[in-house]
Write a protein that binds this ligand. Structure first.
Ligand SMILES: Cc1ncc(COP(=O)(O)O)c(C=O)c1O
Length: 479
């Protein structure tokens, strides 16, 4: 027999020990390496890529595990408490287990008959989450592969609801449809417009205030200007937790304007939606209950393994009416829905299992505790920035993102971008902190996302001591 004994989990339990040992060794390796994530850099340097030569005969397990160890050690290390550069988090243990189980079952979210438990669990769970956001009783939704797809599907439904394009497409429209989003909204809104035949000019960029929030008065003026210019406004996208600074658009004021002009309101809460699980912070989302659709990514701040994102609709039946394409080759779903008929994706992994398992394992109180800790650490981070005259905030943080930059007066302003790049590299070279370096309002900034539940005061002290030492070299002093 050429096949290794552990090639498959045999349906009659043959070679059970071989399979069990392979899985156990893989899990042991995982726990050993992840359990010392803090000893590696948050962003390790790449030293050796695995061989891609297809072996004639499969490698033995020891060689495979050695290659896996090497891959683990060179990968982005989001578990490190100093990994702060992006909205990528350490995953819950439950979501790792959920992913493993879903992978082993290999069901298909395309239809109810191909995923009898998961095709029921997903809408049941998502309806509850929609209720939590305050959407109506008839709200419904679907999991998607990331926030970009969630935004695409929401804007597609908004477009199809507003214009008679479902069958005949855009060609018959007299006026070009336009959607409004803040200048700092995620780029997936422009991508969506591009895919939906609106063109990137189909997104009207509304200026944001100094705090990175959409200015409602400028939104109103933009809508009126678009109408006067012969365009057809149909949707406003507000963001709850912007990608670079984590700010929240004034949702209530934007909802009022959307209603006044009869526009669809989509809230991109890909990042910030998680605060709905924190009684102390859910007020930040006030106004989201008026949304027609919401995107929310548990893969970010709910610590669920990638991918796990959702799009929710205030009116589930209207969503289906304006989007669903029936697939006659699929079995009858009875009172349930073949989810592949009403989502952009067809075949889809059962991401609901890891989301459900994480929520069940940590509970409401567990999530509230972690989110509370994130806010506490962010407060300390912001205080440390404010304490240093050479550091400047890009906006007033509202969530657990701090976007700031160094502007030492001992250097000319034209050198500040380069200085921040050096600072980022210096922090990373010490192997303790990774901050990202977004380009924002024409300048380079440092971004910290205080997402890791294990980031403590001591990690901030290390970061700021290193930052002070680096600035000391050019004579920029602390207050
Ligand atoms: C506000 C916002 N919306 C949408 C997205 C896109 O999400 P994804 O990368 O999962 O497609 C992001 C990603 O960071 C985001 O920050």
């Amino acid at each position: 027999m050429i096949l290794p004994d552990s090639a498959f989990i045999h349906p009659a339990g043959v070679h059970r020990n071989a399979v069990e040992q392979f899985l156990q060794k893989a899990v042991a390796l995982l726990i050993e390496e992840m359990g010392q994530a803090e000893t590696r850099s948050p962003l390790p340097t790449l030293e050796a890529m695995p061989s891609t030569t297809l072996p004639l005969q499969g490698l033995n397990e020891a060689d495979l595990l050695a290659q896996l160890r090497s891959i683990l050690r060179q990968s982005m290390n989001a578990a490190h408490p100093g990994f702060m550069g992006h909205m990528d988090s350490i995953p819950t243990t439950a979501s790792i287990v959920g992913d493993l189980m879903a992978a082993a079952l290999n069901n298909n979210m395309l239809s109810v008959e191909m995923s009898p438990v998961f095709s029921r669990l997903e809408p049941l769970l998502l309806r509850q989450i929609a209720q939590r956001f305050g959407l109506a009783d008839q709200a419904d939704g679907v999991l998607v592969s990331g926030g970009s797809l969630g935004n695409l599907q929401a804007i597609a439904v908004a477009r199809n609801t507003h214009f008679p394009v479902l069958e005949k497409g855009l060609a018959g429209l007299q006026k070009p449809p336009v959607v409004f989003a803040s200048e700092v909204a995620h780029t997936s809104i422009q991508k969506a417009a591009m895919v939906l035949g609106l063109g990137s000019q189909g997104v009207v960029s509304v200026p944001a205030n100094a705090n990175s929030q959409m200015d409602p008065e400028l939104l109103r003026q933009s809508i009126i200007r678009a109408q006067e210019a012969g365009q057809a406004p149909f949707c406003v996208v507000a963001t709850a937790g912007t990608t670079v600074t984590g700010n929240v658009d004034p949702l209530e004021a934007i909802a009022d304007i959307a209603q006044e002009f009869g526009l669809w309101l989509h809230v991109d809460a890909s990042y910030g939606g998680a605060v709905v699980f924190s009684p102390d912070h859910c007020h930040l989302l006030k106004g989201i209950e008026q949304a027609d659709s919401v995107t929310f990514n548990p893969q970010k701040w709910l610590y669920v393994t990638k991918v796990c994102a959702m799009v929710l609709f205030r009116d589930g039946s209207a969503w289906r009416q304006h989007f669903q394409i029936a697939a006659p080759y699929m079995g009858n779903a009875g009172p349930w829905h073949n989810l592949g008929e009403s989502s952009i994706q067809g075949t889809r992994h059962a991401d609901v299992l890891k989301l459900w398992l994480s929520l069940q394992h940590l509970g409401e109180a567990g999530y509230a505790e972690i989110i509370g800790h994130n806010f506490q650490i962010t407060e300390q981070f912001v205080a440390a920035v404010r304490d240093r005259p050479f550091l400047h905030l890009a906006s007033q943080p509202q969530m657990n993102l701090v976007c700031f930059r160094s502007e030492p007066t001992t250097l000319p302003p034209e050198q500040w971008d380069d200085w921040n790049l050096k600072l980022q590299k210096h922090l990373l070279s010490e192997g303790k902190t990774f901050l990202s370096l977004p380009f924002y309002r024409g300048q380079r900034w440092l971004k910290a996302v205080l997402l890791n539940p294990f980031t403590e005061r001591s990690h901030l002290d290390t970061l700021f001591a290193s930052l002070d030492e680096f600035h000391g070299a050019i004579g920029a002093k602390r207050r």
